[in-house]
Design a protein. Structure first.
Length: 203
């Protein structure tokens, strides 16, 4: 479990092919400092397991399914990535509950910069926007954000200067692909509503 508060922007230093899978080597001095084998780290919002550690570099394996369903498959050596260590019980929860399980991909439809702020519209599958509501939460590339407006196939957020400065979202441009995870509570609510609709006698 994560919070969507990015701790460090790491750098992909190597990508090793392993059949249909890939091994990512990521330099992350802060996150690697206390990382242990088997630890869960959110990489662009996708929960991956530490398989090796060499100084300030961490190794992660990503299978074919992960590469297909997230933007990790498009990463190149040298690319920056958002990183967050798993939430510890008793820590302050500054963002919202994030599972690290990517629900789908979106892309940047538009970006309007106003001084140090940015308003960004992201396209998203209708199956995901149904789980979004204005003032609710969404995770974009591992960053917990507050929804401003939600349409059938898109949503908008306002990016504050701090978010632009300390995450990879500051460097994103129109057309870039992002990982999306909706609020876990919204998933359960939608599931319960669908179950109610299927009760005997419902038409």
């Amino acid at each position: 479990m994560f919070t969507g508060l990015v701790e460090e922007v790491g750098q992909v230093v190597a990508i090793n092919a392993q059949g249909s899978a890939r091994e990512f080597i990521i330099r992350a001095p802060l996150v690697a400092a206390d990382a242990t084998l088997g630890a869960s780290i959110a990489v662009n919002g996708c929960c991956l397991t530490v398989t090796r550690r060499n100084g300030d570099e961490l190794a992660f394996d990503a299978g074919e399914e992960t590469l297909r369903r997230t933007n990790l498959g498009a990463l190149l050596s040298g690319a920056p990535v958002n990183l967050e260590r798993a939430l510890q019980v008793g820590q302050r929860l500054g963002g919202h509950y994030v599972t690290g399980h990517i629900d789908g991909l979106g892309s940047i439809r538009s970006r309007v910069d106003d001084g140090n702020w940015s308003t960004v519209w992201f396209t998203a599958p209708a199956a995901l926007t149904r789980q979004m509501a204005s003032k609710g939460s969404v995770t974009v590339d591992g960053v917990s954000l507050t929804l401003v407006d939600v349409a059938d196939d898109a949503f908008s957020v306002a990016l504050v200067p701090h978010t632009l400065a300390v995450t990879i979202l500051g460097g994103k441009r129109v057309g870039d692909t992002v990982n999306l995870e909706t609020d876990v509570l919204a998933k359960y609510i939608e599931r319960q509503l669908l179950s109610l609709d299927r009760l005997p006698g419902k038409t």
